[in-house]
Design a binder for this molecule. Structure first.
Ligand SMILES: *Cc1c(COP(=O)(O)O)cnc(C)c1O
Length: 453
């Protein structure tokens, strides 16, 4: 148990010692521990975690099965990186990832494939894109990368310039990146507002960009997450696949955020049964430890030897955690669970909202998502972003950790292992928080410094 002074002290220290460059705060309560889908505050209350640290904690926190394997490897550690030491856990992980992605890397014909192991989703995307550029230039092709508006692929290096949300927010632009429209039901690019027209428009734009003949690769999130948890209409991914086939462009699916079970399938791209050329993983892969991976064709992955060396890339401790995670993912069929839990959560939210008709339902514009990649789009008709900030802050006061993305969209991405009871309780709290904020429970002053983005 810790008293209020300690809470204030921790918040004060956070201001004094942690660089602003590396944080976005949505509330002012520190956490001192966590187990499963619960995070504990210094006062000893349990918060239900509906973010799972932006999906990194796919199994929740403190899973003893992960800890056991990690502990074993730490105590008898075959070096700390695959860069110059061949080690069993990394080789095993690479093989497992190849098995798990047996539809990746073949393009039109069978080919050899390789795995790159890094630390974070950012490095995986950065390096995947650099390798595609190197492979393209080697063949006399161009450096242009096709990415999407409001996308997110990473927080540093060349991955920053690939990220629509970052470039839109002022990050240095990469002049060899073209941002394409991503089909959006709630905010379409076409005046008809019809999703079929929207899909048609987006695919036409993608094809037009591919005609330039200077394209090194296309990178896409199968569900646009940080841009507002936008699920594209069926036909989008397969349409992109056809364009990539037609112009011989490698297609990268960024599965860092919603991949590995969360969307109700192992990979989000499986929803349309497509075969990406390259796939990137991160966040949940290490079940608590930092590890990322790229799976792709040898012709690209081997084209620039030694060009992406990270000292601890392919860290066997993290690889052990990833192996345990993949075991559990498959053994417990977490993908199926995520699909069922996600549908349950959306139904529950819709039911509670309909019971409160009139009072708050007009503040919730949309409930959407797939599997446990779910979202509620908020709009109070005045200042939707401010409203979303306050809802996150209020939800935390009431006992739920939830963040917003895409300006005013609550991102509901709990651990795949969350219980139905926790889903019920969390959904109730979030709706209560929306109602409270609509009734003026939180002042502008109160969230000063804790208002998110
Ligand atoms: C979070 C994220 C990344 C970057 O991962 P980090 O672990 O933050 O480096 C890349 N792509 C997507 C889609 C993400 O959500």
């Amino acid at each position: 148990m810790v008293d209020d002074d300690t809470v204030e002290q921790l918040c004060g220290l956070d201001k004094e010692v942690i660089a602003a460059a590396g944080k976005v705060r949505f509330f002012n309560r520190p956490v001192v521990g966590g187990k499963g889908s619960e995070l504990y505050t210094p006062e000893g209350s349990a918060l239900i975690d509906f973010s799972s640290t932006w999906t990194a904690a796919g199994l929740g926190y403190g899973d003893p099965r992960i800890a056991e394997n990690v502990h074993k490897t730490l105590l008898n550690c075959p070096g700390l990186g695959i860069g110059s030491l061949i080690s069993a856990p990394c080789l095993e992980l690479a093989k497992r990832l190849l098995d798990l992605t047996d539809t990746v890397g073949y393009g039109k014909k069978e080919c050899e494939r390789r795995v790159y192991l890094g630390h974070s989703g950012s490095d995986a995307n950065d390096i995947a894109m650099r390798l595609c550029r190197a492979a393209s230039e080697r063949k006399g092709g161009g450096r242009r990368v096709l990415a999407f508006e409001h996308s997110y692929h990473g927080g540093f290096g060349e991955a920053l310039g690939l990220s629509g949300v970052q470039v839109e927010g002022g990050a240095r632009e990469d002049r060899c990146v073209t941002f394409l429209p991503y089909p959006n039901r709630t905010n379409p690019h076409v005046s008809s507002g019809n999703i079929e027209d929207e899909l048609d428009f987006c695919l036409k734009e993608a094809r037009r960009a591919a005609l330039g003949n200077d394209v090194a690769c296309l990178i896409v999130e199968p569900i646009l997450s940080d841009g507002g948890m936008i699920v594209p209409p069926d036909g989008f991914l397969s349409g992109l696949r056809s364009i990539c086939d037609e112009f011989d462009i490698p297609m990268i699916c960024d599965e860092v955020k919603v991949g590995l079970g969360r969307p109700g399938t192992t990979h989000a791209y499986q929803h349309e049964g497509i075969r990406p050329d390259i796939v990137t993983f991160g966040k949940t892969l290490g079940a608590g430890l930092p590890i990322s991976a790229i799976v792709g064709p040898a012709s690209i992955m081997d084209c620039a030897p030694g060009s992406a060396l990270l000292t601890m890339g392919g860290n066997p401790v993290c690889a052990s955690a990833a192996l345990s995670f993949l075991d559990i993912l498959q053994r417990e069929d977490l993908a199926r669970q995520a699909g069922e839990k996600g549908d349950y959560l959306e139904k529950r939210l819709r039911r509670i909202l309909s019971k409160r008709e009139g009072r708050i339902s007009r503040h919730v514009v949309d409930v959407r998502g797939r599997g446990l990649a779910r979202a509620m789009e908020l709009d109070d008709g005045k200042s939707p972003e401010r409203f979303a900030e306050k809802v996150c802050y209020r939800a935390n006061q009431l006992g739920v950790v939830v963040y917003y993305v895409g300006g005013h969209v609550l991102e509901l991405t709990p651990a795949l292992t969350i219980s139905y009871e926790q889903l019920d309780d969390g959904a109730d709290v979030i709706v209560q928080a929306i109602e409270d904020v609509a009734n003026g429970a939180i002042d502008d002053d109160e969230i000063c410094g804790f208002g998110g983005w």
